[in-house]
Design a protein. Sequence first.
Length: 273
Amino acid sequence: MNKSILIVIPARYQSTRLPGKPLQMISGIPMIERVAKIAEFVSKKFENCTYVVATDDDRILNYCQEKNISAVMTSESCKSGTERCYDAVCRSTAKPDFIINLQGDNPLCPPWFIEQIIMDWQSDSQGQVFTPFVHLNWEELDILREAKMKTPYSGTTVQVDKLGYALTFSKLNLPAIRKEEKLRNELIKSPVRRHIGLYAYTLEALEQYFNLEPGEYEKPEGLEQMRFVEHRIPVKMVEVDYRGRKGMSGVDSPEDVKRAEDILREYGEFDLA
């Protein structure tokens, strides 16, 4: 029997900077519907794979039901998307073997990122947590550095071992690069890998997360994934690329809504046919 996969879409109604965020229109379509369509598209590509929106608000639940989007009500006390994801799993009759946490404010997540995570999980017997990264070329590194001059804690980097597992995550640009001018002439890509905040877990790893103490580096960095690394739970890094599209992380403000709509105007919608 094939192992089961559940894509959970945490969707909290309250947002300080963007109230009612999941129902915010992005180029005429509510954000939660956009994310659900991505999850549905991926689900149809893999056997025994389903998805569900995990919300805390009747307005989101009712909208999903009107659109035939699978949804479940979760506790209002969930403090993070990870907690809401786990709450949804706990409410499932049949526990999934693999859980993908696709945040409800990520309407421009390339579906092939999720597909690659699933394929890597299917071929890797050691990984317990799977999360993607982009290996930056020198121009992309320059852009990241410029962004950090304005917002130092935007963007996360990861160092990866020879087998593809995370060594450490940081809000700093790691590694430090000595003799950079020489390396720029020798290497097509920089040594820096930028982490993308999309997570997937085995059921065991997700259960463990809530029973582990926060690590020494998790707190100052503000990076929950360091809890896995510091407790030696294998975090497999999945290399991805945007295939020529411009990427963006979550939509958290009216400015982000405009950015997302600008990207859709320039690059078009994902082909989810």
